[in-house]
Design a protein around this ligand. Sequence first.
Ligand SMILES: [Zn+2]
Length: 118
Amino acid sequence: MVHVEPAHLVELALRNTPPTDDDAEALRHVERCDRCRDALRMMTRVVTAARTAELVDLPTAPPERVWHRITQGMSRESAPPRPPPRTLGRSTKRKLLAVVALAVVAGTVARRTLKRNV
Ligand SMILES: [Zn+2]
């Protein structure tokens, strides 16, 4: 049985584009396959959580002293980088959180896939 690629499951969970014939075929497989159904369910939950996250749920910028130490350490080797912006917009934070969440999901799926294939 050929399973749905993790990247395709992520796309299905995101639902950012109109469904294609490949999506329909993948969803038919998901209906019959416990493994892919569990993976899609987990990714969908992560996407939903990321999309409904409130600003208070998101990490805050580190204290100024942390950035100062980083720039001091790097300035010994090269020119110091510019500090990050003090605040991120709501949309940027949500996108960042979604990317982090999807990276976690992709890593989990990849680990599970590797375990099953070993
Ligand atoms: Zn499958």
